[in-house]
Design a protein around this ligand. Structure first.
Ligand SMILES: [Zn+2]
Length: 368
């Protein structure tokens, strides 16, 4: 007797699949399962099932004023079963965030900002006395299942006159703490992107990878991806979308794709303002933008399930396989017409939509 049996599903690759869940974990995945279950969920014809969607760059600590949101409003209600808050909090306030996070239906994890205050002010790394490795190590010991990495925001308004120093400190903190995942945000210079990418190493996550700024990956004079960006990509730096208010440009993404460079993971950098007023709205809308420029739905689903789970060491998430967590997203692909706007106000119209209809978290079913 299973707790939950999901019937009549198909994966994004078109295979028929049924899944049994007990005690919050997947216990069986097969083309057909005939057994008793406390709850049987039969999908409508044409609905798809994937592992639960993971958005690896969000801001959802509601006590902040600058960037804040509510985990379930950007998570379960939008078909996203797991969110990773990217540096909203630092070692000083991550414990308060944890109390809200555990109360959410959505799975919430944190990348702790290397500045002990998090993003209380826009320039959290302008004063390097706020970077306290000792406090980060202590927070990691206190919240080992919640803090899954560190975040450094490396752009002009954040770092003041500190140049590359915040990233150098972040790399030291990473080394001292078992090679924790490190996410680096990029934007306006200084610091120069070339210096950031030279300092980052394989497995480090570069978020806002397709921003349209002069200090981005595109050489605006030649309309080509900069050589040093290709070197970083080839050495294993992870390219993450981090759409955000300012950081996704259709043209940059298209030039990269034409040259053979794809984002590894897809994320929103969502918070209440870019959710309510756009251009982000939700993860599905970001997925539609990537599909519109040429990513297949199959690879898009990988980039919000398997890939982020692997990059952030969420070893029980991201796959439809026995032993993994009972987190799923049920969605439909529909025809329609929708205007999509990037962070620079460029608009494109898509006819192919992706619409989450249910999110299942630890075997519990929620409508989106
Ligand atoms: Zn962000």
């Amino acid at each position: 007797m299973f707790d939950l049996l999901i019937k009549n599903a198909r994966t994004i690759t078109g295979e028929k699949v049924e899944v049994a869940v007990t005690a919050g974990k997947i216990v069986e995945v097969a083309p057909e399962i005939t057994a008793e279950a406390t709850e049987v969920l039969t999908l409508a014809d044409g609905q798809y099932l994937s592992a639960g969607w993971i958005d690896d760059h969000v801001h959802c600590f509601e006590e902040m004023e600058l960037y804040y949101d509510y985990p379930d409003e950007i998570g379960v209600e939008k078909g996203v079963t797991t969110v990773i808050d990217a540096g909203t909090t630092g070692a000083e306030n991550v414990g308060i965030f944890y109390k809200y996070a555990v109360a959410a239906k959505t799975n919430v994890y944190a990348l702790v900002n290397i500045s002990k205050t998090g993003i209380v002010e826009q320039d959290e790394l302008a004063d390097l006395s706020k970077v306290r490795a000792d406090l980060i190590t202590k927070a990691l010991k206190e919240y080992p299942d919640f803090i899954i990495g560190i975040k450094a925001r490396m752009s002009k308004t954040v770092i003041g006159d500190n140049g590359m120093q915040p990233l150098i400190l972040a790399k030291e903190i990473q080394k001292e703490n078992a090679d924790l995942p490190l996410m680096v945000h990029i934007g306006s210079n200084p610091p120069e992107l070339v210096d950031i990418l030279t300092t980052m190493t394989a497995g480090d996550v570069l978020t806002h990878c397709f921003n349209g700024k002069p200090n981005g990956i595109l050489d605006q004079a030649t309309d080509k991806i900069k050589d040093f960006v290709w070197e970083a990509y080839d050495k294993g730096v992870v390219f993450d979308i981090g759409h955000g208010t300012d950081s996704f440009n259709f043209h940059v993404a298209e030039v990269a794709l034409a040259e053979g460079m794809k984002a590894h993971s897809i994320s929103t950098d969502i918070y209440i303002r870019n959710r309510t007023n756009g251009p982000v709205y939700d993860l599905a809308t970001t997925l539609e933008k990537l599909h519109l420029i040429g990513y297949s739905w199959e690879e898009i689903i990988e980039k919000i399930t398997e890939v982020p789970a692997e990059k952030f060491n969420l070893t029980t998430k991201g796959r439809l396989a026995a032993g993994f967590d009972g987190d799923f997203t049920i969605f439909e692909l529909a025809q329609g017409e929708k205007v999509l706007t990037d962070s620079n106000g460029n608009q494109r119209t898509t006819k192919e939509l992706i619409q989450p209809v249910k999110a299942i978290i630890g075997g519990k079913v929620y409508d989106c």
